[in-house]
Design a protein around this ligand. Structure first.
Ligand SMILES: [Zn+2]
Length: 292
């Protein structure tokens, strides 16, 4: 393999020096050739470049001579039988096989990279990457809750605040997607997996309550961002009900999104935005920039 790489890299060097000859020719006389005897200087430069080409060509020849041709035909496995194919429409199969081989190879490579990246992710919210059976059992507990239990938890939360309305729907038969209406301030869609909050998106009134599109207002996109952070903060595989209730209590504090001043700077607006952050413990409003 070693001589093969040497030959390939010497070809690269040769191509490079030929390229230099052509680029020098294409540029013609340049300012740095000076005023006096510029033609001679130009010719000398070309001569130098050409002798470099000759030298590199010799290197290539040498490298190629040291290569040994493979002893027999390459072993193509079953694909070599494709050449025996007589039906016209199947003769193109070989190219397709090669292409799909390359494709699976790439998929393999990318998935290996993805695994390496995902295994570094410390926010282990999915039960597939748990290492021991015991851990797996505790983690799955928040997903394997009966639909009735989920309904009860959400109904309790719905009764918690008169100005926060939480409704339940099951568009995919199993898991709950709930719609939260917070006074006349905002709306949100919260997707559950069992009793675990998987996704939150916050929108303004009159916006479509789709789970996978953002709000067109910056203020609600910011709140969505903070809600994602809170959802991870409150996440607890062992006490899933408490996690949901804490998140919803935190979320209810957005009721004063537009009329509560920032706890730190006492202003309503900062960079044209109201205080979009709520402290996770005290629930006090802060601008993103004023966060403690
Ligand atoms: Zn502030």
């Amino acid at each position: 393999m070693e001589p093969f790489y040497t030959a390939l890299s010497s070809i690269k060097v040769l191509r490079c020096s030929v390229g230099q000859v052509f680029s020098s020719l294409a540029n013609g006389l340049r300012a740095d050739h000076g005023e006096e005897g510029r033609e001679t200087k130009f010719l000398l430069e070309l001569q130098e470049l050409l002798s470099a080409v000759t030298q590199h060509l010799r290197d290539v020849e040498q490298a190629v001579n040291s290569l040994t041709p493979p002893p027999g035909p390459f072993n193509l496995g079953n694909t070599s039988l494709l050449s025996q194919e007589s039906a016209q429409e199947r003769q193109q199969l070989y190219n397709q096989v090669v292409l799909s081989y390359k494709w699976t190879d790439k998929v393999h490579e990318y998935s290996n990279l993805a695994v390496a990246l995902l295994s570094q992710n410390s926010l282990k919210r999915s039960y597939t990457n748990s290492s021991t059976a015991k851990r797996k059992k505790t983690l799955t507990s928040s997903h394997n809750v009966s639909p009735q239990a989920v309904d009860t938890v959400i109904a309790t939360i719905d009764r918690l605040y008169p100005d926060m309305n939480v409704s339940v729907s099951r568009p995919f038969a199993t898991n709950v997607v709930s719609q939260v209406t917070l006074g006349r301030v905002l709306q949100a869609v919260v997707a559950f997996k069992g009793l675990m909050i998987e996704w939150v998106v916050v929108k303004g009134y009159g916006e479509s309550l789709e789970l996978w599109t953002e709000s067109r207002h910056k203020v609600f996109r910011k709140v969505t961002e903070h809600a994602h952070a809170a959802m991870l903060h409150f996440y607890s595989p062992t006490l899933p009900e408490l996690a949901v209730r804490s998140f919803m209590t935190w979320f209810h504090s957005y009721i004063n999104l537009f009329n509560g001043p920032c706890k730190r700077c006492n202003n309503h607006l900062y960079s044209a935005l109201p205080p979009t952050w709520r402290d996770l413990r005290t629930l006090e409003p802060y601008h993103e920039e004023c966060k403690p």
